[in-house]
Design a protein around this ligand. Structure first.
Ligand code: PMT
Length: 401
């Protein structure tokens, strides 16, 4: 399994060469490694392999037309370019390479390549004489100078009967190369435990107290930690999210359940990330039967829940302990107090109570505090922020050793 490809969004471009028959297997292998794959085909690619095949193996509709109104309405070329974490064009014909180099945007694939800011890799495949031609070689060199990754080609028997360089690399080799694009390895061999989501504190069997945490930030951190090479346990309150690839997930309901699950799993852990919005209080007595409307008490007596992150920080053999601070005001001052009072190694402060960032939303901004240091992260998707936070946590973790 290529951990670095887990949860990565890959555009697989397919151009018109006989090696396109291998693109179906490539899509399958990328998905096996945990990536989500969207296929963009040129017109000529469809002469060699059908969009239906590529749709079946990629699990997503195939994109093939720059001017298809319906496709553009679902996911336009700019959205596709933004969606991707990387683009891999395999096979890449001599013609496609020349068009890419010239910055042409005369079909969907070249347009996406021009519009994206993520890494682009190509796997050339062509007749050996075409590959050796100085024009092709000049194009390859120029593409590499423009930071396009060129994977292959391999040598051997060709479909046309020639023998020589020009064979598309095998799908598994390409999957390895793509994984290496993302490999930071910054948490390689580390065990990371993460809490996420809200907790539910029962009032009776059908009513509870909770908050609006969606779990998105914690799940994104779990995925990013896997990508960085860690073994990840995610202890989650009730959320409606899919488990990121290669993450061990433990579902809990209440703060007490979460506390028990954390304590049970913390012993061999190197880094603990406390992202969950844990309820500070629970009902002193939750009713065993549904309380009738008229019998509902006007006041409910509460008692404190255990403070999970502070308890982990008190352990004799403690991991690196990273807390979050969710604040609506006095963000930094409150975060600093929590960093100190809970004896954390690091705290990630984020403003909550707004619609476009923080709790519940797809995006977040944060200020990270550790020791006397501080680093700002502007608003971005939770996935992107998670990757940046994980790199920072890894750096601080290694500097503490
Ligand atoms: O889930 P999302 O919708 O993606 O939103 C993400 C988030 C806003 C919930 C997340 O980024 C965040 O800020 N999580 C911490 C929420 C929180 O409970 O903050 P707090 O300031 O109340 O708690 C401080 C720290 O103590 C946190 O690390 C919290 O996990 C921890 N804590 C709190 C209470 C408790 N009983 N046990 C704890 O471990």
């Amino acid at each position: 399994m290529k951990q670095q490809l887990a949860n990565k969004q890959i555009i697989l471009g397919v151009t018109g060469g006989i090696a396109a028959y291998k693109s179906a297997d490539l899509a399958r292998r990328l998905r096996e490694a945990g990536a989500e794959v969207r296929v963009v085909m040129t017109e000529h690619a469809k002469e060699f392999i059908t969009p239906l095949t590529m749709q079946a193996v990629s699990g997503n509709p195939v994109h093939d037309d720059l001017f298809d109104l319906q496709a553009e309405a679902a996911m336009g070329h700019i959205e596709l370019a933004r969606w991707a974490d990387a683009v891999l064009v395999a096979p890449a014909t001599a013609d496609f390479m020349a068009r890419l180099l010239r910055g042409e945007a005369n079909d969907l694939l070249t347009t996406v390549c021009l519009a994206t800011s993520v890494p682009i890799a190509i796997a050339p495949a062509m007749n050996q004489a075409m590959w050796k031609n100085t024009l092709t070689q000049e194009n390859v060199q120029a593409l590499q100078e423009k930071k396009i990754h060129v994977y292959g080609p391999g040598e051997g028997n060709q479909a046309c009967g020639d023998v020589g360089p020009g064979r598309m690399l095998e799908p598994l080799e390409l999957v390895d190369r793509m994984a290496s694009l993302f490999a930071t390895g910054s948490l390689s061999g580390k065990k990371v435990t993460i809490t996420a989501g809200p907790t539910h504190e029962a009032i009776d069997p059908v009513r509870y107290m909770s908050n609006v945490s969606s779990g998105k930030m914690g799940f994104a951190l779990a995925a990013a930690a896997v990508e960085a090479g860690a073994t990840v346990t995610l202890i989650s309150g009730p959320v409606l999210l899919e488990t990121p690839a290669q993450v061990k997930r433990i579902d809990v309901v209440s703060a007490q359940d979460m506390f028990d699950a954390v304590m049970h799993n913390i012993s061999a852990c190197d880094i603990f990330l406390s992202v969950a919005a844990v309820a500070d209080y629970r009902c002193k007595q939750s009713a065993s039967q549904k309380i009738p409307k008229d019998a509902m008490p006007k006041q409910i007596e509460l008692e404190r829940n255990p403070d999970i992150v502070a308890s982990v920080a008190k352990l004799n053999q403690r991991p690196v302990v990273v807390g979050f601070a969710a604040e609506t005001e006095n963000v930094l001052a409150n975060a600093k107090a929590k960093l100190k009072n809970k004896n954390l190694d690091m705290i990630i402060a984020n403003q909550v109570g707004q619609s476009d960032s923080g709790m519940g939303s797809d995006e977040n901004a944060a200020t990270v505090l550790w020791g006397e240091q501080q680093k700002e992260f502007p608003r971005m998707t939770k996935q992107k922020l998670a990757r940046e936070l994980i790199e920072l946590v890894a750096k601080i973790n290694s500097s503490q050793k």
